[in-house]
Design a protein around this ligand. Sequence first.
Ligand code: GAR
Length: 191
Amino acid sequence: MEKLNGKKINIAIFISGRGSNLNSLINHFKKKNSKVLIRLVVSNNPKARGLIYAKRSKIKIYISNSKKKEKLEKMLLNKIINQKIDLICLAGFMRILSRNFIRDFKKPILNIHPSLLPKYKGLNTHKRVIENKEKFSGSTVHRVSPKIDSGKIILQKKVKVSKYENEKSLEKKILKVEHKLYPKAIEKFLN
Ligand code: GAR
């Protein structure tokens, strides 16, 4: 990541729903001496519950929900450039960014995924982990590349899957880990 001579690093966080990772990132980076500024929250869903955290902290919100993907990404990219965003962090963003968007942004994009990548890419990870009777699962923060859930891994944290685990309990366990993992991974990436 390019050094910005003491200037803050402007981050945009993309969400689609609950936004608990967004909330933990806001809380983490609001420290006075933080070198990160969460400048924009993007949601493809105007009703995303997580938008409340952005509103509460007076962070700008951009709703990106046009039906035409090409037009949507063009407008989104304009917004991102206009806001001088240095880094995009996907946090429960359930849309796939196109190869063109990733290329044209030119700067890094990170994602958090609730599994021990490269295992369990894609959707319904907890369900599949339980069905396969895995002993461990976890979460991974990685670079976004055009191939889904496949970019370079920045940090990963394991959790134990207990005998009595169900989807809900595993989701809860992993979310708790993610709330510490994502801020840590961003700091690692920026250092
Ligand atoms: C998180 O567990 C995140 O890892 C996952 O969605 C959840 C969002 O929760 N992301 C993906 O599945 C991406 N493929 P949140 O909205 O409460 O932060």
